[in-house]
Design a protein. Sequence first.
Length: 468
Amino acid sequence: MEGLLEVGDSNYNFRLIRDPDIIKAYSQDALGIKGNFQGVVRPKGEEEILEVISYCHKTSTKLTPQGLRTSLTGASMADEGIALCLEGMNRIIDLDENAKVAYVEPGVPTGELSILCSSLGLMYPPDPTSQKECTIGGNVATNASGSRSLKFGPTGNWVFYLRVIDGTGKIHELYTKKGLKSACGPSMFQNGLDLFVGSEGIFGIITKIGLKLIEAPPDSIIFVVFFEDIYKALEFVTHVILHKRKLPTSMELLDEYCMHLLEGKEGYYAPKDSRCIIYFEEDLWEDLNEDEILESWYGLIEKHTRFFEDTILLKSHKQKEVFKKLRHSVPEALNEQSIKATKQGGLKISTDWVVPIENIIKIFQYFDEVRPMLKDMPVARYGHIGSGHPHFNIIARDHQEKELAKEVEKRLILKALELGGTVSGEHGIGKLKKAYLGLMYPEATINILKSVKNMMDPKWILSPGNII
């Protein structure tokens, strides 16, 4: 790109990598969406970021922050400018066991923080499926969630402090005041950090994050329940969420295609003729009676599936880790199929809508109505069913199939909104879903976003193409 900073420019103290092979490594996300960066910067600290932003602001060069590129919406990719890869800013700055808080840099892998917390008897509740590959900064930028969000909510619930540099180079330090009584103007302005959680880098670059932690439960059990069809499974989930007095920590779905992907893998078992799996985790605190918990669940399971005697209980750490690895292998396999499909103009189209749990059966029925449009395209349905947030993954193998899959996705999103749902539950908007944001928010709300963008990033250099 003409005018782009050359390595060694004496006016700036950062290194711009222009090696094509290195740039290529930072120019594809987990879905196979490609960027066209002309350079990469891998800062080690905040001062370098300030230098990069100063240069980009002065020259109107686009700048896209990224972590480990696990985005599924194209948010970490761009068609021009510089990739600001924050993977090197990966320090856990401080973890206070007594106060139950941690301060981290944005490049810390989510799984690394979770392991450290676990070793101290603590828990960082958000658990994205890709936690071993994704970063805390990326989780905050998309307000990511995971299986435990059923009980603990998304990433934003656990952020109490952010340090952010906006598009002009100004540093903002923000603390939440949630929990205090407040009548200080409109609620959307009462906690400034809420502006940045889920903003996908369009307002600023996150350089430091403060997170709340909790005491870890002494133990837990994972129940793996098999069903003869997906609607029997959905009826079970709906009953649990709407009628059970105490919710499990998580409640997840694996449909028949997912079960097919798991066949032959170590630790996988399913009874003959079963077509769907619901698995859920129940925390075991010291004041709870395990036998009573098991009895309450078995009664419900027996009412909803003829495979109740095949229910598997996973109690040991090893058993649970093996199963979670199996679960993680599903999106891994689908992403591999997506990357392969992009070579023929295809893509994995992954829905991220959410509906109220009382309407979950209706949207599955609606999908059955539109399914013939997809012909023989593979479809995997899995994920956070207890939160009304399953992912429908459609593998479009060429451009023509991709257009059909996108049309089905659009119809499902419109149906989700009609049923009182939302466009995205955890992946964010990025570039792939921004056309749907206007279906959910009125024009005035979009204009407010643009006004904030004009104030924080007047030259619109940050995260071009994301959200707005």
